[in-house]
Design a protein around this ligand. Structure first.
Ligand code: PMP
Length: 389
């Protein structure tokens, strides 16, 4: 116990201790955070669908028809006709033969990697991949080889060190804390050259990139070349759940072997109904996607012009790199006092010395509110000596 208290006080001293902020409203561009109306700038609700009236209606209808709980795991009594429809919808959306829904994206990554790989495998993993990918690799017992972020020369050099093994390359499609995009065209070329499996986690690409918003694989035109497309239903899709899309044989295997799929109660019908409807909306609503990208480009340009260090992204994830964790926390707290909520992202989520404000926009943000944010960010950025002036 003494060690635990020491650990917690150490985190507090170093600006690394994190606490909840409680919302008292729906998750829109503005929300009630602990009783105050705040501009939300850190949500993954990219398309603003979390409080969409059509999705709320679908959820209410599903509750009336099916009740609230699913009552069992998918292979016992928890599979509903809605699950089947959603899996068919995802496969169609992703351009694959089949798909399987997990309870979260985290569970999909952990369950798939640990079912597919064992100690005979070598998994090549981008250094910035999401924690759930790393956890899946560790659980599988495979040899984990991390390559420099998006560095294809480093990846090929490392592949050559492990030739002759069963190999997998796994990457985020859009990197969650940097907003940049993995070079999937190069990754596919390397996978073909060295006869390797490929897996892409597109949690942040869906709804944002690609034809009909179907994600990063579509953006690069490599849907058919990626063996496993992983995703979440909890960001642009505005619901809850994770999935894998790929060949039917692979899905049949996962259904029967993946432990995080088998040993957990299925998602309730209302959440499944919401995902189904949200994908339908995303496929049709090109304007919403366009608006999100336009807003993001404009906002990014303004921050860069003020002197903020913004990473190069083509997505609504806009990280303002601060460096020091305490300063990032202070900046985030100053913004909150002015009615703007952008969480500070600190180690261990990102590397030491790269603490940041991870700004993410929604298609439903209003320019007037974002102009206010820019003014406040400039003022406190100067005050805290993050930018010059
Ligand atoms: N992969 C990535 C890249 C993510 O950013 C996240 C969530 N932050 C996940 C997987 C996990 O998804 P979920 O929230 O559905 O568990």
């Amino acid at each position: 116990m003494e060690n635990i208290s020491k650990y917690v006080s150490n985190m507090k001293e170093n600006g690394l201790y994190r606490e909840f902020k409680y919302l008292n409203s729906g998750q829109g561009p503005k929300a009630l955070v602990e009783g105050r109306e705040i501009i939300l700038l850190g949500s993954n609700n990219y398309l603003g669908l979390c409080d969409d009236v059509r999705l709320k209606e679908v959820a209410i209808r599903a509750v009336k028809e099916y009740g609230v709980g699913s009552g069992g795991s998918r292979l016992t009594t928890g599979s509903y006709d809605l699950h089947k429809k959603l899996e068919e919808k995802i496969a169609n959306f992703k351009g694959t033969e089949d798909a399987l829904v997990f309870n979260t994206g985290y569970m999909a990554n952990v369950g798939i990697l640990s079912a597919l790989c064992d100690k005979k495998w070598v998994i090549f993993c981008d250094k910035y991949n999401h924690a759930s990918i790393i956890d899946g690799c560790l659980l599988s017992g495979a040899k984990l080889v991390r390559y420099r972020h998006c560095d294809m020369d480093d990846l090929e050099r490392k592949i050559n060190m492990y030739k002759g093994k069963v190999n997998l390359i796994v990457t985020d499609g859009v990197f969650s804390m940097d907003g940049d995009v993995a070079p999937l065209d190069h990754i596919v070329k390397l996978a073909k050259k060295y006869d390797m499996f490929t897996m892409v986690d597109d949690a942040h690409g869906v709804g944002v990139l690609g034809e009909k918003g179907s994600g990063t694989c579509s953006y690069f035109g490599v849907n058919k070349d990626i063996d496993m497309q992983i995703g979440t239903l909890s960001k642009a899709i505005a619901s809850i759940g994770g999935y894998v899309a790929g060949k039917k044989e692979m899905i049949d295997y996962m259904k029967n072997v993946s432990r995080s799929f088998i040993f957990s109660t299925a998602l309730p019908p209302a959440s499944i109904a919401v995902s189904l409807k949200a994908i339908e909306i995303i496929e049709k609503d090109k304007d919403r996607r366009q608006k999100l990208i336009e807003l993001s480009n404009w906002f990014k340009g303004e921050l860069k012009a003020m002197g903020f260090h913004i990473t190069d992204t083509i997505t609504p994830i806009i990280p303002a790199i601060i460096g020091d964790a305490k300063k990032a926390t202070l900046f985030s707290e100053s913004l909150l006092e002015e009615g703007i909520y952008v969480p500070a992202i600190r180690p261990p989520t990102v590397q030491k010395g790269t603490a940041r404000l991870r700004i993410s926009l929604m298609a439903t943000h209003r320019s007037k509110d974002l102009e206010y944010v820019l003014k406040v960010m400039q003022f406190h950025g100067k005050r805290l000596k993050i930018i010059e002036g």
